[in-house]
Design a protein around this ligand. Structure first.
Ligand code: SIN
Length: 511
């Protein structure tokens, strides 16, 4: 078969390598250069090595608990069942996970895991090690790579996806439109962190694959579940302080030096991410300043050895985290929802697969367990490649399609505010303020009304940046609509009353 893989993180490159090794003709199309994207930035590791007293069943139970009960159990079972084989593959492709003096893999612990089961590479540079190994493997293989190629549309004929339309923009010539046909298209374009004013995601993470799938008529679900990572350095450009730091024993303290997260959850700093993020937001709002992460007890030598990247960046930003607690705050990190797939990455449109963050496999439910995302990319990338050429199954069952709520904005908002014109920054601020960590009915209605007005006034996109803006607008509307339709709080989707949100909102500006 002719297979097109769109995206070049762990999910896409796993799918590409497996498909090519199975004899398919594979082309990888990527927006930037091979290996750009979120995978290379992942500090945290890969969950799934089971030490004494641990098991795949316990990993599955932790995944479902973090997902607030909304995970698809069959998808979680597939994840933990295939995990060991995929981690072995990472090692065989050259990823040097950290080992102790006896050569045994070192297992770290992160939030909401009941055991230490996470492998890291280069301390806090796991994603970079994976990205290097997989990019090298692809470069050595007969896989055709097309870089600086932005996918503007999926080509669907006869009810099946048969190719992609592209804008090639490599700065060497004016951007040029092109098209590629294929027997199967595997989307692996990552998430949509740039829906928000503050995100850990790299610049190109603008939800392009999900938006293209939506336009082609594929089912998309769970967009209301956006994970905010609790500990981003609260100065300068968003820089993530890995949860593994808290896994090693670092604590979160307020201005009185109190470990306030225990007020919200008995697991304190190792509670699920959504709980920790909200506890930080509330405490910071109450004290009018960011809370701090205290890693001083780990000592200079351990911090430098175990977390070399964080050690370097915090020092570059003027902090000595071995002697002083550092200010931290949440930022948008990971999208649990996306293109609905079955256990082999198959979407609801024949010919279209989705793997990695672009997909909604059902593994993550309402909140992803730490260090499950690289694993999910590897597992479902391989499963999608294995399903190439197999008959397409009936569509998986779905909840209500988008848009989910046609209701206009509340009068109060409509009458009291002048609507700003659309810019990407205005969209990101709107999403941060009203469709973020804490949400209210009134704020969601205001956001949805504004997004719809911006979309109605939008013109035909021509450049890559304009296409990205159009994708962000489409996805923002779908996200706000999904969040408005889910009236209760669950996992990362947290609703407050209109009165409550007014007292908590100031934290959202302290980043
Ligand atoms: C982290 O290192 O805290 C991020 C890992 C993840 O998002 O799973």
């Amino acid at each position: 078969m002719n297979v097109l893989v769109v995206g070049s993180g762990i999910a896409g490159l796993t799918a590409a390598l497996h498909a090519q090794e199975a004899g398919h003709a594979v082309t990888v199309v990527t927006k930037g250069e091979l290996g750009d994207g979120s995978t290379g930035y992942a500090q945290g590791g890969v969950a799934g090595v089971y030490g004494a007293g641990d098991s795949a069943e316990q990993h599955a139970a932790d995944t479902v608990a973090a997902g607030a009960g909304l995970s698809d159990v069959a998808a979680v079972d597939a994840l933990v069942a295939d995990g060991a084989e995929r981690i072995a593959e990472l090692i065989s492709r050259g990823v040097a996970f950290d080992r102790d003096a006896d050569g045994v893999l070192m297992l770290g612990r992160e939030a909401a895991h009941s055991h230490s089961r996470i492998v890291h590479a280069g301390g806090d540079a796991t994603g970079a090690a994976i990205s290097r190994a997989f990019v090298a493997a692809v470069r050595r293989s007969p896989i055709l790579v097309i870089e600086h190629a932005f996918v503007t549309e999926l080509i669907a004929t006869g009810g099946a996806v048969r190719g992609i339309r592209l804008l090639i923009d490599d700065a060497s010539a004016p951007a040029s439109a092109s098209a590629l046909s294929a027997d199967a298209v595997i989307l692996a374009t990552g998430g949509a962190g740039h829906l928000y004013a503050h995100t850990t995601n790299p610049a190109g993470t603008t939800g392009d694959g999900i938006a293209a799938a939506l336009r082609a008529g594929a089912a998309v679900d769970d967009l209301e579940f956006v994970q905010f990572h609790p500990t981003i350095l609260a100065t300068g450009a968003a820089f993530l302080i890995s949860e593994a730091v808290r896994g090693e024993g670092a604590t979160l303290i307020d201005d009185d030096g109190r470990r306030f997260v225990f007020d919200s959850h008995p697991d304190g700093e190792l509670a699920p991410r959504d709980v920790v993020s909200r506890a930080i937001a509330r405490r910071a709002a109450a004290q009018g300043a960011p809370v701090r992460l205290d890693a001083t007890m780990l000592g200079r030598e351990t911090l430098a050895r175990r977390f070399p990247t964080i050690d370097r960046v915090t020092r570059e930003r003027g902090f000595d985290w071995s002697t002083e607690p550092i200010p931290v705050t949440p930022a948008a990190h990971y999208l649990m929802g996306g293109v609905v797939t079955d256990l082999h990455g198959r979407s609801t449109i024949p010919g279209l697969f989705a793997v990695g963050e672009v997909a909604r496999t059902g593994v993550h439910g309402a909140n992803r367990l730490a260090s499950n995302s690289l694993l999910e990319g590897a597992v479902f990338g391989a499963r999608a490649a294995a399903a190439l050429g197999e008959p397409w199954p009936d569509s998986p069952s779905l909840s209500a399609p988008y848009p989910r709520d046609p209701a206009p904005a509340s009068r109060e908002y409509r009458d009291g505010n002048e609507r700003a014109p659309f810019t990407r920054a205005a969209l990101q601020k709107l999403m941060w303020d009203h469709v973020g960590l804490l949400r209210s009915d009134e704020g969601l209605r205001y956001a949805l009304d504004t997004l719809r007005a911006w979309r109605a006034a939008a013109t035909e996109p021509r450049t890559v940046a304009q296409h990205e803006d159009a994708n962000l607008l489409l996805l923002a509307e779908a996200t706000a609509s999904a969040a408005l339709a889910r009236t209760g709080s669950v996992g990362a989707h947290y609703r407050l009353s209109d009165a409550e949100i007014r007292t908590t909102a100031p934290i959202l500006e302290t980043v």
